[in-house]
Design a protein around this ligand. Structure first.
Ligand code: MG
Length: 267
């Protein structure tokens, strides 16, 4: 598959469809494709829309899982008061009901007063696989998107498992689309907090080259435990600068070469 931006969207209130996003910034066109690119490849139809006329959805709803990797950036481990670097990736799961799309409003969970944002590079798996060696990971990757691994810090502290803290409805916005051709090893990852009436604040600013475990190592490691299915998502960890999000604020997570993912939060 060549270098493409694959989006999932709705137009005119019809059913969701997949499309290829092309064109210069501000003038992008979405060319509708046949069915589901995870199973049917990318076959353009003759139908096009202006990007500004469609509503972007989460570029995929994973059929089975979102796998998260925790504590993968040294500066983030330090800010959390954490232990030294790990010998293997720390893995957790988010259910597919946690997935939300670009610009979706996110309702903060009633059980938490401390929800934090975490801007991350997300890997989108393209084919069924198991026990993938690191040097063959490229063959099983469909592409990359941006994620916000929202985390209820209070529940993370008190619960023995992270299921509730990281798995609540809306805790995994992804988007704006999937970039199919990207070298993931040295990309800038940023996060900007926006408060009405105040100047936007660049709170996170890191590079994937700082990651303790590379994308290839993470996918290989995850596939040693789980069969990965087309459309599964693997989050790669967040750089330093995490902080809490409040009612009325919005957060924009960005990854170089992919784009911006913005969500607004409410109680
Ligand atoms: Mg995270």
């Amino acid at each position: 598959m060549g270098d493409m931006r694959i989006a999932r969207c709705v137009a005119d209130g019809n059913d969701p469809f997949y499309g290829i996003v092309s064109g210069d910034e501000g003038e992008e066109i979405v060319t509708q494709i046949v069915g589901d690119p995870f199973y049917q490849g990318v076959q353009p139809t003759g139908t096009t829309h202006r990007l500004e006329d469609v509503r972007l959805l989460a570029p995929v709803i994973p059929r089975s899982k979102v796998i998260g990797i925790g504590k993968n950036y040294p500066d983030h481990i330090a800010e959390m008061g954490g232990a030294p670097a790990r010998v293997s990736p720390l893995m957790f799961l988010k259910p597919n009901t946690s997935v939300a799309g670009p610009n979706d409003p996110i309702t903060l969970p009633s059980f938490s007063d401390e929800v934090s944002y975490e801007a991350e590079l997300a890997v989108v798996i393209g084919r069924i696989c198991k026990d993938v060696p690191a040097e063959r990971v490229k063959e099983v990757v469909f592409g990359y998107t941006v994620a916000n691994d929202l985390t209820a810090r209070d529940a993370q502290r008190t619960d023995g498992q992270w299921a509730r803290a990281k798995g609540w409805d809306g805790s995994c916005p992804i988007g704006p689309w999937i970039e199919t051709e990207l070298d993931p090893d040295d990309l800038r990852v940023t996060g900007e907090l926006s408060t009405p009436g105040q100047e936007d604040e660049l709170s996170q600013d890191g590079r994937t080259s700082e990651m303790i475990f590379s994308v290839a190592e993470i996918v290989a490691f995850a596939s040693s435990a789980f069969t990965l299915l087309p459309g599964d998502i693997i989050l790669t960890g967040t750089p330093a600068g995490v902080g809490l999000i409040e009612d009325g604020q919005s957060y924009t997570a960005s990854v170089e070469g992919i784009g911006d993912l913005t969500n607004t939060f409410r109680r």
